[in-house]
Design a binder for this molecule. Structure first.
Ligand code: MG
Length: 390
């Protein structure tokens, strides 16, 4: 049986890797739709190579350029964020791999599970902002959300060793990023270049910065809470610099089940597409004798304030996670643009969390309102500070 796959966000690093994985899987995995935000050049190349039936460009300004580039190929061009939702709802799509960056992926993720389709989710923000809505909708529509993030994929796989009520705790591993050994003072002088140099994983700039602040791990705590329906009290983070053990689950009898592999995002991408089967793929095999030693340490929550905020946010629920995510996204943008310092990222996030009045049991619109508010708040605050300096 053919599995028809749509990749939302095909020009980003997860999207490009997914295309390589699918190429290696053979003809029963077909690409039927692709999307990008603005990288028309690459999207056009991918369209020519993989011949999907639909392509979407979410930044409508580029729609004409895309049409020109793909010429007379037999493919329908959609545009705007609605294009993603349209793709998610297409009858000929079985699996939606959402690798969109940011909150732009929420509506199409929801549309996917509401249509009863498998959602392979790499777009962490959807789970952070709307994890409660998404997992509820998946349950109601009898479908599964397959995590693409290496840690969540590991937990998903380890969870298959017991029943949900037999889980004592889940342990998310973290590489610790480039500042694992840093002190609170060291972080004050971090440059953009240092923050972008991740020791293990090669990823896009936004997530690389999130790894450096460990806010990424905070996101994973929040996402795990929803993906696995686990209270925050049962979630722990363990720093593991080698990034070979991708995460672990401890069961009530004391057994700890881990998933190991090379730090290669193509493996969790592949598993999310082939589950419940496992098939040979293009990933390099792990040779533990070459790794030699695996080490673990507790994270320093004083240095990585962003991580402890994540646990608080996960406990608070409601709009807190949407604010956490949006404030961070806006602050990282400011940092990448050189307008603020590294430490200001988490300071701005904390500022927004303190100022936000948490609402509970909210709709998607209310979550997106909280998201928009936090972005404005960060921009205003940065403008004021930059203005005061010049
Ligand atoms: Mg991860």
């Amino acid at each position: 049986m053919t599995r028809n796959i749509a990749i939302l966000g095909s020009t980003g690093s997860v999207g490009r890797n997914a295309l390589r994985v699918i190429d290696g899987l053979g003809p029963e995995y077909a690409i039927v739709a692709l999307s990008a935000h603005s990288n028309v050049q690459l999207l056009a190349e991918q369209t020519k190579r993989h011949e999907p039936k639909f392509v979407a460009i979410t930044n409508s300004d580029y729609a004409a350029a895309l049409r020109e580039l793909i010429g007379d190929l037999d493919v329908e061009v959609l545009s705007g964020l609605d294009g993603l939702t349209e793709i998610a709802e297409l009858e000929g799509v079985d699996i939606v791999l959402s690798a969109v960056v940011g909150s732009a992926g929420v509506r199409s993720a929801l549309a996917t599970v509401r249509a009863g389709k498998r959602l392979a989710i790499a777009n962490k923000e959807s789970l952070i902002i709307a994890g409660e809505l998404l997992t509820k909708a998946a349950k109601e529509n009898g479908t599964t959300i397959l995590p693409v993030d290496s840690e969540h994929s590991a937990i998903f796989q380890a969870m298959l060793s017991g029943s949900h009520k037999e889980v004592r705790r889940i342990i998310l591993t973290a590489s610790g990023g480039p500042f694992r050994k840093a002190t609170v003072e060291d972080l004050q002088n971090v440059t953009l270049e240092q923050a972008l140099a991740h020791p293990v994983w090669s990823m896009g700039p936004k997530i690389t910065i999130d790894s450096a602040t460990m806010v990424n791990k905070a996101f994973e705590v929040i996402a795990a809470r929803w993906l696995f329906d686990i209270p925050v009290e049962k979630i722990e983070v363990l720093v593991h610099p080698e990034s070979i053990v991708h995460s672990l689950v401890e069961f009530v009898d004391g057994s700890v089940i881990a998933q190991l592999g090379k730090p290669d995002m193509r493996l969790p991408i592949q598993y999310a597409l082939t589950y419940p089967s496992r098939v040979p793929g293009i990933c390099e095999r792990l040779r533990l004798e070459e790794v030699g030693k695996l080490t673990f340490e507790s994270p320093n929550l004083e240095v990585f304030r962003g991580l402890s905020l994540g646990f608080e946010v996960a406990r608070t629920g409601g709009t807190a996670a949407a604010v956490f995510n949006a404030a961070n996204e806006a602050a990282v943008e400011e940092f990448l643009a050189g307008r603020i310092r590294f430490v200001n990222i988490v300071e701005l996030v904390e500022h927004c969390l303190n100022k936000n009045r948490v609402k509970r049991h909210v709709s998607l619109d209310e979550l997106l309102e909280a998201d928009a508010w936090a972005r404005r708040e960060v921009r205003n605050k940065v403008q004021k500070c930059v203005g005061a300096k010049s």
